[in-house]
Design a protein around this ligand. Structure first.
Ligand code: ATP
Ligand code: MG
Length: 389
């Protein structure tokens, strides 16, 4: 008898990505996620992936915790694998699910017999096992339509599996199946949520963070590392590039009218980020912008920012309320870190009266007061790399 994990995969009606590729990517991602927990065997069969621990001292709860965050998995279950002998199956079911069955009031047994050589039919297995469990738990009654727990018995080629209710997986698509994109990450609430949402659609993430020391502190950078390591529990490893933005921000302060500071800064961020994205083979940028949330996120401000973009900017939060964004940030456990109060480069030199209806012509005119090319090149070329796990 051995505890295993059985995985059902998610969105399989995919164009261009067949089931095998999807499953292989998912297995590769799971292997990577479990790599430091011990040795496991992976098996694909009958639209299920089985993960069996090969070492005895594996922290199974941690395995389950990590698997619950792997994209591409729509549902999974902890199951007990045992010999295909009905007496052993009965014992396994009671040992594995007995405690859970004490806590509920209704159940049913579902049997699936893939191995037709097994001497009992599926209805016989259901009836016999149901009767046995009823005799063990006086609190229980059978409800075939809406049971609290469905005990499933599967008789496969080499083993039998017994499991309780399935657990909901992280959903989405396997990381890497949609390609690579660069998340522009601040220390705020929104960008980590945007990162999570696009990783869920199968994008592998590179992160870009702008820091302006000494106006922003080292603590602000560490905060970004902590946020990304929360996101990485879902997205897998993230390569972070930290850009020194100080010289550019000072040049903006010295050469541009105050009410345009934020807009020029955002255009510079996009110019630098897309150059880094290109180097890192990322096809798009991602931001945590949400329409109307702040002065730099009005539609005219977004038009002005987009005007310098040569690659798409994905904005998964564009139509979301702050409340909805916060709900996700709590779910992925980034909220408490995001609300720690450290300066972000966006809050350095903030205009008192920012422009909310800027035009592209105004911005081009303002930016022509200075030659930014060298500063941009330097910022791109001196970005510091750190891998976040
Ligand atoms: P967030 O909560 O993500 O910080 P915000 O509501 O504070 O967003 P802004 O400060 O206008 O909004 O930033 C909008 C987006 O620009 C962010 O979601 C992020 O993608 C990007 N951004 C802002 N500051 C930085 C930074 N220091 N480094 C990298 N990207 C940034
Ligand atoms: Mg911010």
């Amino acid at each position: 008898m051995k505890e295993v994990i059985l995985i059902k995969n998610g969105e399989l009606a995919l164009k261009g990505l067949n089931r095998n590729t999807f499953e292989d990517m998912m297995i590769k991602n799971i292997r990577f996620r479990l790599r430091d927990l011990g040795k496991f065997e992976y098996q694909k069969a009958q639209s299920t992936i089985k993960i069996e621990p090969l070492d005895d001292d594996i922290d199974f709860d941690e395995v389950v915790e990590r698997i619950s965050k792997v994209f591409g998995i729509s549902a999974y279950s902890r199951a007990i694998a045992c010999e295909k002998d009905f007496e052993i199956i009965k014992e396994a079911a009671e040992k594995f699910l007995g405690e859970e069955l004490e806590e509920v009031s209704t159940f049913k047994v579902e049997a699936k017999r893939a191995d037709k050589r097994f001497p009992m039919t599926s209805p016989e297995i259901s009836r016999e096992l149901g009767g046995y469990l009823l005799s063990k738990h006086r609190n229980l009654s059978v409800d075939v339509h809406n049971p609290d727990i469905t005990v499933t018995v599967e008789i496969r080629d080499t083993q039998a599996f017994v499991r309780g209710n399935q657990l909901m997986g992280a959903g989405g698509m396997p990381i890497g199946s949609a390609g690579d994109a660069a998340i522009m990450i601040s220390g705020g609430i929104d960008s980590p949520v945007a990162a999570y949402m696009m990783a869920k659609r199968g994008l592998r993430l590179t992160a870009i963070h702008f820091a302006s020391p000494p106006y922003t502190s080292e603590k602000a950078e560490i905060k970004v590392h902590s946020l990304l390591s929360k996101v990485a529990k879902y997205s897998g490893r993230i390569g972070l590039l930290t850009v020194c933005f100080t010289d550019i921000q000072e040049a903006i302060r010295d050469n541009c009218p105050e009410e345009y500071f934020t807009l020029v800064m955002r255009r510079m961020m996009v110019r630098i980020s897309q150059k880094i994205a290109k180097k890192e083979k990322c096809l798009a940028l991602i931001t945590g912008e949400s329409l109307g949330q702040v002065a730099s996120q009005t539609l005219p401000a977004i038009v002005v920012t987009d005007a310098v973009a040569k690659i798409p900017i994905l904005r998964p939060l564009i139509g979301m309320d702050k409340r909805e964004i916060i709900e996700i940030s709590r779910m992925i456990d980034t909220f408490d870190i995001s609300i720690e109060p450290f300066e972000d480069c966006c809050t350095v030199f903030t205009p008192k009266h920012p422009r909310t209806r800027p035009t592209i012509e105004q911005l081009e005119e303002i930016e022509s007061a200075y030659n930014w090319d060298e500063l941009i090149e330097t910022a791109v070329n001196t970005a510091k790399f750190k891998a976040i796990n």
